[in-house]
Design a binder for this molecule. Structure first.
Ligand SMILES: [Fe+2]
Ligand SMILES: [Fe+2]
Length: 133
């Protein structure tokens, strides 16, 4: 999959959410680049830590929007967020012990997860927010 390019196909039309998704994609791309260019362990760790922290922050804010709007599908959506955070945390721990565990295909999986999540779950949330007005 490689680098993710932002396109309108990822746009929820919720400015706050879109802005954060763009930053999240940038963070993924930075990690991708750090790995592809064979950057040192320290640089990759730093990028991975930033990505994980930013993901947590974005999910928290998206969940606050859901709660505020009384989004009925919030529990399921939050569970998916939780799943990715658990996965990222495990990835970070594994990377510290054994850097070889972080591979391009792991990254591809995560990027695929993000794109699918935005287009399915976040779009559904955005539609709800729009219809609710
Ligand atoms: Fe989400
Ligand atoms: Fe999101």
């Amino acid at each position: 999959m490689g680098l993710i390019t932002w396109t309108e196909a990822l746009e929820t039309n919720q400015p706050e959410i879109d802005e954060q998704h763009k930053n999240l994609i940038d963070a993924f791309n930075s990690l991708h680049e750090a790995m592809a260019r064979g950057r040192g362990r320290e640089q990759v760790s730093k990028t991975l830590l930033f990505l994980t922290n930013y993901t947590v922050q974005h999910f928290r804010q998206e969940e606050a929007i859901m709660d505020q709007a009384g989004y009925p599908d919030a529990p399921r959506h939050k569970l998916m967020h939780h799943g990715l955070v658990v996965r990222l945390s495990a990835l970070m721990k594994d990377y510290v012990v054994a850097p070889a565990t972080l591979t391009g295909s792991t990254l591809d999986f995560l990027e695929g997860w993000l794109v699918e999540h935005i287009q399915a779950e976040d779009f559904r949330l955005a539609t709800y927010l729009r219809e609710r007005g």
